[in-house]
Ligand binder design. Sequence first.
Ligand code: SAH
Ligand code: SF4
Ligand code: F3S
Length: 443
Amino acid sequence: MKIIDGKVHRFVKLIVYGCQMNRSDAERMDGQLQEIGYEATEDMETADLILINTCCVRETAEDRVYGKIGEIKHLKEKNPHLIFGITGCMAQKEGEKLIKRAPHIDFVLGTNRVHELARIVREIEAEHTHHVNVGAAETELPAGGAPVVRESKLTAWVPIMYGCDNFCTYCIVPHVRGRERSRSMEDILREVESVVAEGCQEVTLLGQNVNSYGNGSEESFAELLRQVDRVKGISRVRFMTSHPKDLSNEVIEAIRDGEHICEHIHLPVQYGSNAILKRMNRKYTVEAYRALVKRIREAIPNVSLTTDLIVGFPGETEEDFSAMLDFLREMRYDSAYTFIYSKRSGTPAATMENQVEDSVKHERLAKLMEVQNEISREINESLKGKILEILVEGPSKNDETVWTGRTRTNKMVLFQRREEQAGDFIQVKITQPQTWVLKGEQV
Ligand code: SAH
Ligand code: SF4
Ligand code: F3S
């Protein structure tokens, strides 16, 4: 707390882990906190309120959070007025166990209670007591029109649905985020229109499985894409994540025909053998996935495809793993997020037989990454000399003169800045393609 010109200023440091959904929730938390007078700070030492928006998808994610919780203890000792709260997926999963383990936590707020943040902070400011508010995993949708402070002025995340009904056997998300609920199309379009009116160029529609948007109603994801594409002034539309079992031909056509819908589909396959896919409860086969990718590539020739892969799932054999590598070589993804299977208690895979040894998991991960990196590099290499349109984002981390932007296919391009501003569309010629980024020159 600082008093400047007789006015009290309070500061909040919000630490965010996990997926875009968590970052989007954090924007809604920031929005509420700003309304009750908090200003963002990067400095934990002077913060009046510290929040960690947590992720529990893998054990490593949880370990990181416990580390951070430990670090904050001494700040709390120095400043007893500091309010410290845990929000997000771990909060939803662990509830009051977190406070039992670390009593310097003042409150725990579940993912379904984000909209109650301001009220709880106010209550703790008034009477410094512990609060735990996680509620049932399945609750109504957060109200539309809630205040949001966005990370970027250029690109906006717009959640279109919450929760997940798929229950992949390794995954904790449906257990913490609850059943799938879709926002109404009207509500989503209103939000998209308002961010575009504020100058946003790009919108990313978010959900654990966007293809099942509107499940059971007239409102389909294909229709939503078509409507968002038509919003006046919008330049780019992105969406994630697509579950392969629900990606319909109608959605493929909407992407093909949409003027602003970017040619990039994040299409997690998770594994490349039927035995494992079945035990993962992914509800598609390698053959069905292959046929889907064929349809996508025929309809959208320049499409970039990215994926998520898990190694070390229980019962994974050398044959499975070698089938996975073959599948990867066949699919030729632009890039892939690769994960080591992490046991999540309460999920069916955690108690499956034949858990894979850590050393084997690490070896397989290294091999998988080697194969994928080679493919990513080759695909990027083929872009050498091509002229691509990018949306300029801003200076790169290390060099003020080198700026970054993204292609419609979601590839990061580095270039020497002349006079363009963030938000400009420019043409760049790719001169030095690399595995993760493309270097280019403005033309
Ligand atoms: N709903 C999305 C992503 C959810 S989580 C989808 O279905 O694709 C993001 C990724 O984390 C998943 O795609 C999966 O690859 C990985 N993941 C989830 N649970 C995991 C676990 N227990 N161990 C390792 N990786 C996991
Ligand atoms: Fe998890 Fe599967 Fe749902 Fe994705 S689709 S969030 S991996 S259960
Ligand atoms: Fe996302 Fe992690 Fe939760 S991946 S949905 S923040 S468990």
